[in-house]
Design a protein around this ligand. Structure first.
Ligand code: ZN
Length: 212
């Protein structure tokens, strides 16, 4: 007996609802990044009290798919022409969202010479003047990369219209979006304090920097 109708029906249901299965397996997006408390040099000119393993966050892209879809659904209403993300994780999110929205993808390439942080975009035939662009990142904390990408977009007469992130670190992240005057869509939010490296409260208290 090759197949019962019940087995065939079950296979059909699973084929139709792969994300439901993934949702059931996911333990929450923050947990995927193995959060660690301590005193960390975030390598962005800031120190902070929370470390996230962002490579672990991207280890299994299928686990991110429902979250990317949620982000795409939030950004769709902004009628965006492109999604821009810094090439350090943010671009992985931007590329996945752009794929779902059938929009353009603009990777932001870091220019190490620029301080505090500078990013350049690839040349686009015809330019990006007037494009409505969402800026995404994996985790937004002090928002250095998001702000720098938004500044580069504006310098090319494109309009950043929203910020999306897999993880937002409060209270800094919501302030970044407010400063850019655009709506902010984080999939999940965690609490973390950050300070400029030369004005770090943990350094001032003599607490040694933790190696993650
Ligand atoms: Zn410090």
């Amino acid at each position: 007996m090759p197949d019962t109708s019940r087995q065939a029906g079950l296979r059909g249901l699973l084929a139709m609802a792969p994300d439901a299965t993934i949702d059931a397996m996911a333990t929450g997006i923050a947990a995927l990044a193995n959060p660690q408390a301590g005193h960390f040099d975030l390598a962005t000119g800031y120190h902070g009290d929370l470390w996230l393993d962002l490579d672990a966050l991207f280890l299994r892209p299928a686990l991110l798919r429902p979250h990317v879809r949620w982000l795409a659904d939030q950004l769709r209403v902004h009628r965006i022409d492109a999604v821009c993300g810094p090439v350090e994780g943010g671009a992985f999110v931007a590329q996945a969202v752009a794929d779902m929205l059938d929009s353009a993808f603009l990777p932001g390439y870091r220019e190490p010479a620029k301080q505090p942080a500078g990013y350049h975009l690839p040349p686009v035939t015809g330019g990006i003047r007037g494009w409505r662009v969402a800026v995404t990142d994996d985790a937004v904390n002090a928002g250095t990369a998001v702000r720098a990408c938004a500044a580069e977009l504006r310098s090319q007469a494109a309009e950043p219209v929203a910020v999306g992130a897999l993880l937002a670190l409060a209270p800094a992240a919501p302030a970044v979006a407010a400063e850019l005057s655009v709506p902010f869509y984080p999939v999940d939010t965690m609490t973390s304090q950050v300070w400029p490296a030369d004005d770090c409260r943990l350094c001032a208290s003599g607490i040694p920097v933790t190696r993650p």
